[in-house]
Write a protein that binds this ligand. Structure first.
Ligand SMILES: [Zn+2]
Length: 222
């Protein structure tokens, strides 16, 4: 499923908010609700301006705003911080400008289109992943990995295996959880859906990186 990478920037100007897809109807018709953008600067940030070394990037400002869908009327609440960055014009000249850097969107726009028939247990994990994308890539990746577990559940792939004790070959053996890698391989071998093998393992590995290292970048996440 293709991702429109031009849409999911870390920050954007208040006058150039991307046309994110509506979380309810999926149409790219989310726009800012008039007069809802509110920006406040912290007291310490204001005080810092008295310093002779003050630079615009020292500013500490937070924002909130609402987006609404002109098609179905759904509302998305957005909040985050203001990132002061050079803003270049067409001639290559630049000046500092305050970009909106969202840290939360609720409900979050879907980064990929979720199929209509997607099981609800998988859908809810993916919707959490879309939310976490704005605040924590590692947690986002972990949720995507969980969605693969739920997909395996949906296809009734075993969650446990019997581990025989070599000292007691006659005993039935204890139940041990199957790791996701083994579950994916089981799914592929029983369904023959070899076309999905690499994708499913890639999502599992990204999830592991998210859980254990939390060093994923925005591009890797997309
Ligand atoms: Zn809508």
């Amino acid at each position: 499923m293709a991702v429109d990478r031009t849409l999911w920037h870390a920050s954007f100007l208040p006058t150039e908010i991307p046309h994110f897809p509506c979380p309810r109807c999926s149409k790219p018709f989310l726009g800012i609700v008039k007069d809802t953008l509110h920006i406040e600067e912290t007291r310490s940030s204001k005080n810092n301006k008295k310093s002779p070394e003050w630079e615009p990037e020292w500013s500490d400002e937070k924002f909130v705003c609402l987006l609404s869908c002109s098609k179905c009327g759904d509302i998305v609440a957005v909040s985050g911080r203001i990132s002061v960055e050079p803003n270049y014009d067409d001639d290559g000249d630049w000046q500092f400008a305050g970009f909106l850097e969202p840290m939360s969107m609720y409900p979050a726009p879907h980064i990929i289109t979720l199929p209509q028939k997607l099981p609800s247990e998988v859908r809810s994990e993916m919707e959490l992943a879309f939310q976490l994308f704005w605040s924590d890539f590692g947690a986002c990746a972990t949720k995507i990995r969980t969605s693969v577990e739920r997909l395996m559940d949906h296809f009734k792939v075993a969650r446990f295996r019997r581990a025989k004790d070599p000292k007691k070959p006659a005993a039935p053996g204890k139940l041990k959880p199957l790791d996701l890698s083994s579950r994916i391989d089981k799914f592929i071998s029983t369904t023959g859906a070899i076309v999905h093998k690499e994708h499913l393992h890639a999502l599992r590995i990204a999830g592991n990186l998210g859980t254990h290292n939390n060093t994923l970048t925005r591009t890797e996440m997309l």
